[in-house]
Design a protein around this ligand. Structure first.
Ligand code: ADP
Ligand code: MG
Length: 598
């Protein structure tokens, strides 16, 4: 039998690994090796959760040892002092870890990276001080006994199996999450928060939910850790341990589960097995980190992937864009139907900027400008560089608040609605400089656009419920149709960072359309495109219009604008100089003088 499908190969690899792990106690040379294997499993319970925070969401928490020690002490106190049973106590330790994660994350996750890292470090130090001070409860510097789990988990072999079971379960949860809408949203938060917002990902809430989840796994890991160590003191939870967790993930690589898992195994086992390395202590970790950052900055996980890809037949490198317009139109209609905007094609659904002014300090970027978009029409916005075109676009989709004036959608003032909310209302956009999530595939980037069509909660996604998978399949199918529609079907499974500039522009349009929008705002989509590609862009925009979506086209290629637009507004240094049909604007003396030239 030959295994051709990657999922078959993965299943076999998984089965082999599972057998090896299950049989480990039979060939472990001594108790100590078994202890080490259990320790790796216990650490991994924490690191698997932390990996979602650090590797997927890009939040540099270096204080997880604080959450670990909270879990450990909770377990020892509940079982040892209050006589609660070990399983309930483990669950309580997890909940407590989650609550502390919430209490720490709420104020600190809004801070920029460096300050967030400092906040988590401070948290770990404070927890340790509190434990030291609460002598009656925690035994202060003397510490507490770590109780055993009941039969059959009270022996070293039994405990190993328990730890293995819990770590396999946590791995499964994070695996499901990483493959779900959440995984894609989290990577967007990490690489491009502005993009994440533009498709409706609630950036702060996503960070918080993941952080709380990592608090729960840290708490559970703490309970297991206390039992394994059989005695804990505040010195068990030194800050080095926190750095160790962090380093395991960095060495393993961002956005991977296997990488950090290997990182954990190697970094835990090596210094214990090779005595000379243990003597080097932190020096060894530091050296390894340095080597990895210098030699394989993407980590072990991605390096293995690259080796694997070497053995696959190479795809042809440059692939032309070939839009399929019929397919595109039905895909847009399908996406808008799912988004459920009731009054598409209804002129009452106008999106209007009314008497907008915007000042940046002393600079007036927009001065009393109004424009009205209607479904199924293409509205061009032209003007010299710096005339306020992008600023107007940002005003319509909520990145900037107007200094004066309002934004009106379906006769309602939406001036205060944040970006995500406007994405939900059906306002999509692209960026002047394409903003993709480089680590996701082309298809996944488009699926990200459909974030709001996913009803899957975090817990549902973690458990990989069939309804969640079915929904993800439907989103995948619609995204595939859109991608083929705009002409990127051939590069669908490429990593997005392999795309050339034109392909990136078309991908952004597909991502915007995946929202099922009523309006799509395009910021210089023809910038950097060849003549042929601009023509293709024209056909794509006409198809979008035909499907009933309203388009704002900010563009410098005026010929192109006059060809595809129904209405045009010309700006100059923040002021509107002419509004009308393409013919009217094109022949306006003022527009010719300041922009088009004779
Ligand atoms: P355009 O897209 O027409 O080239 P923009 O809307 O990007 O022009 O910019 C209009 C003016 O506003 C420019 O002078 C620009 O420097 C200024 N501007 C835009 N965004 C900001 C900002 N966030 N802070 C300060 N000035 C800005
Ligand atoms: Mg601009």
């Amino acid at each position: 039998m030959t295994l051709t499908h990657p999922s078959q190969k993965r299943a076999v690899a998984l089965a082999v690994a599972a057998c090896a792990l299950l049989l480990l106690p039979f060939w472990a040379a001594d108790q100590y090796q078994l202890h080490l294997a259990a320790l790796i499993a216990v650490y991994w319970v924490l690191i698997a959760g932390l990996n979602l925070v650090v590797g997927y969401t890009g939040q540099l928490s270096i204080g997880h040892v604080g959450l670990l020690s909270i879990g450990s002490y909770a377990f020892c106190i509940l079982v040892g002092k209050w006589g609660l049973d070990a399983y309930t106590s483990t669950a309580v330790a997890g909940m407590l870890g989650g609550l502390c994660g919430l209490a720490l994350g709420l104020p600190s996750l809004r801070l920029p990276g460096f300050y967030f890292a400092m906040a988590t470090m401070a948290f770990a130090l404070i927890v340790n001080e509190i434990i030291l001070a609460q002598v009656d409860l925690t035994g202060g510097g003397i510490g507490l006994m770590g109780p055993l789990y009941p039969e059959p988990f009270d022996s070293p072999v039994g405990f190993y199996y328990l730890a293995l079971l819990v770590s396999a379960f946590v791995t499964l949860l994070t695996w499901n999450l990483a493959r779900s809408m959440w995984g894609r949203g989290l990577m967007a938060v990490r690489d491009n928060p502005v993009t994440a917002q533009s498709v409706g990902v609630p950036v702060f809430r996503a960070k918080l939910v993941v952080f709380v989840f990592s608090g729960v796994t840290a708490g559970v890991s703490g309970a297991l850790f206390a039992s394994l160590q059989s005695y804990i003191t505040p010195e068990t939870f030194v800050f080095d341990l926190s750095m160790f967790f962090f380093v395991c993930i960095i060495i393993g690589g961002r956005g991977s589960i296997l990488g950090p898992l290997l990182g954990t195994v190697v970094l835990t086992a090596l210094p214990e097995m090779v005595a000379s390395l243990a003597k080097l202590g932190n020096f060894f970790y530091g050296l390894l980190l340095l080597l990895v950052v210098l030699l394989i900055p993407e980590g072990i996980g991605r390096m293995l992937e690259k080796v694997y890809e070497k053995f696959r037949p190479r795809k042809q490198q440059s692939v032309a864009i070939t839009p399929e317009l019929g397919r595109l139109e039905s895909a847009i209609v399908a996406a808008t139907a799912v988004a459920g905007h009731p009054d598409a094609r209804n002129p009452g659904a106008a999106l209007r900027a009314i008497d907008i002014s915007k000042q940046f300090g002393g600079l007036v970027a927009l001065d009393d400008v109004s424009i009205t978009l209607t479904p199924g029409r293409v509205h061009g916005l032209i003007g010299p560089n710096g005339s306020g075109k992008t600023t107007m676009l940002n005003m319509l989709c909520g990145y900037y608040q107007p200094t004066k004036g309002t934004v009106n959608f379906r006769h309602k003032d939406i001036g205060n609605a944040p970006v995500q909310e406007r994405a939900r209302m059906g306002i999509a956009r692209t960026f002047q400089k394409p903003r993709l999530v480089p680590d996701l595939t082309v298809l996944e980037n488009v699926m990200l656009g459909a974030w709001q069509h996913s009803r899957a909660g975090f817990v549902d996604a973690a458990f990989g419920l069939p309804s969640v998978r079915a929904e993800d399949m439907r989103i995948r199918e619609r995204a595939t149709e859109l991608l083929c529609g705009v002409g990127l079907g051939a590069v669908m499974h490429w990593r997005a960072n392999l795309l050339d500039h034109a392909q990136q522009r078309f991908l952004e349009i597909a991502r915007g359309l995946a929202l099922g929008p009523q309006y799509i705002l395009l910021d210089e989509p023809a910038g950097g495109l060849t003549g042929v590609e601009i023509d293709q862009l024209g056909t794509v925009i006409r198809t979008i219009r035909k499907a009933g979506v309203g388009v704002l086209l900010v563009e410098h290629h005026t010929d192109f604008v006059f060809r595809v637009c129904d209405d045009v507004t010309a700006l100059n240094v923040g002021r509107m100089i002419r509004h009308g049909s393409p013919a009217e604007v094109r022949h306006d003396p003022e527009v010719i003088r300041v922009y088009l030239g004779a």
